[in-house]
Design a protein around this ligand. Sequence first.
Ligand SMILES: *Cc1c(COP(=O)(O)O)cnc(C)c1O
Length: 254
Amino acid sequence: MTTVGDQEVDVMYGLRNVLSKIEGAVARRSKDLPQISPRLVAVSKIKPPAVIIQAYEAGQRDFGENYVNELAEKASNPDILGKCKDIKWHFIGHLQNNKINKLLGSPGLFMVETVDSEKLADNLNKQWPKYRKEEEKLKVMVQVNTSAEEAKNGVPPSEATSLVEHVLKQCPNLEFIGLMTIGIYDYDMANGPNPDFITLAKCRQELCEKLNMDIKNIELSMGMSTDYEHAIEQGATTVRVGSVIFGARPPKPN
Ligand SMILES: *Cc1c(COP(=O)(O)O)cnc(C)c1O
């Protein structure tokens, strides 16, 4: 048990519980879907380095943050650098062009899941050679606004294929990994499969047909604490889970 703010959190228990539920969901997943074993990204935003280290020591390697400054600070934290040598940071927030250098300079940056414009892709492509080790490409996902909410970032589903094509053809320093969506909060599963997940899977289908790609090589990042099992049943290959591992976050001030 660790006290985080005013909560008692058992990170190891939370992590094990999520991993076993993921396994259960994989077993229920339709056999028509690519059988990629899902990656759990532990979303550690607002949580202190101590709990990240606990999760790492329990075997977790992929962590997600949605603010550049917070990711950069945690990635450079001496305890994390010392104890979490193989940590993989996923950036899952909105990326402004003026924060690119700070993000790319963060040790252990593994993937940017939120590429949502050609300009952002071009800038990442241009800056990455200054930061990369050896010849490795920067892994990126294209973020799709599947719920068409004004406040959400991401390209409309109808533009996903063309942005992916741009990354593939114009951005030799980037490696296209898949599609990501956030989707609506509090979707009621009593109404059937989450339309955001269906839309993201359709975008993948479409881009495979148009760009002649193999569906097995294209990931889907979707699903959070309330719906990651459902997301996996719908084909998620990456789930981003925070509060059920690290404890609830204070509500966002409006
Ligand atoms: C915070 C966040 C998550 C995790 O949310 P939980 O409900 O805590 O699991 C996932 N994805 C993104 C983009 C987030 O910002």
